[in-house]
Design a protein around this ligand. Structure first.
Ligand code: FE
Length: 203
């Protein structure tokens, strides 16, 4: 049997179902989607009993992004991010809305303003996200940041939800000295996603 049978995968299934209702109902209304989605994500990360181990594995090669679910119309995706000690993202944007919810460990978020080509730019703020904490990003509310593990002795894990199939979105990393963007498509580190639909272990 799969290891997800050992976890409460129904929690992720219920999230996906409720998040589908949110995007059905709120369509292109980003603020309404984020307000409702934030509550749902808070519930999901509030109990750390559902993420199968294979999507919680750090790598010495760098932080991991494991796709957990993608809406069939690619209106949203759910991804587990796993940072080993000392690991961090480059300065990057998303080009869609995103919610970052810390579930295990702690993360550091450094916010950047909008880069201008040919101009150096620095961070405008920095804060730590503890388990249960959620950060929001989007081109409208601030889209450029660096996320890193705030702990130096163990991995940290956050669950991210984005307004698109984030691994396929053409977006940017930035050189902070020049403001120069470089296009990238992140992809994912997993080839298979969790089975949400085996209900045989449920009472
Ligand atoms: Fe990000």
């Amino acid at each position: 049997m799969q290891d997800h049978r050992m976890t409460n995968i129904a929690r992720l299934r219920d999230f996906v179902t409720a998040m589908t209702d949110v995007v059905n109902r709120h369509g292109d209304d980003e603020a309404a989607t984020l307000a409702a989605g934030r509550d749902l994500l808070g519930d999901l990360i509030g109990t750390d009993d559902w993420l199968p181990d294979q999507f919680a594995k750090p790598s010495t090669e760098g932080y991991r992004q494991y796709l957990l679910y993608c809406d069939p119309r690619e209106r949203f995706s759910v991804v587990s991010f796993v940072w080993g000690p000392g690991q961090r993202t480059p300065v990057h944007d998303h080009c869609v809305w995103g919610m970052v919810g810390v579930m295990r460990g702690a993360e550091r978020c450094e916010e950047y303003g909008n880069p201008v080509r040919g101009e150096a730019f620095g961070k405008t703020g920095e804060h730590r996200i503890e388990p249960g904490g959620i950060d929001l990003v989007s081109p409208d509310i601030g889209d450029v940041h660096v996320v890193s593990n705030a702990l130096d002795d163990r991995p940290s894990i956050s669950i991210h939800v984005y307004g698109g199939n984030i691994g396929a979105v053409r977006r940017h990393v930035f050189d902070a000295d020049s403001g120069e963007p470089r296009e990238f498509i992140s992809g994912y580190h997993n080839d298979v996603i969790p089975n949400l639909w085996d209900r045989s272990a449920e009472s």
